[in-house]
Design a protein around this ligand. Sequence first.
Ligand code: ZN
Length: 98
Amino acid sequence: MLHPERTPRQRIIDLITGTRLSSHQLAQMLAIPERQVEEHLTHVVKTVARDKTRKFILDPARCQDCDFVFRDRSRLTSPSRCPQCRSEAIVAPRYGID
Ligand SMILES: [Zn+2]
């Protein structure tokens, strides 16, 4: 069976394989809202988890001012404020598949 249209999830998997992209970059590349990218990503995580040859990588968000790393964050959305120094200069998390 040929699938002429790849779904956004398949395209996200293609785009982040072997690299790291933020949801903002993915939103621009797919021309869909960032919130939709985050929804797709939660499913991409499950899809990749079933595939033993691939691994989903989450580069956690980080504070630019104090280098605090949001390691425990399980949600895929970007945090807005640093809990340590209250800075809003947060580097967005980036996603990839190896
Ligand atoms: Zn900070």
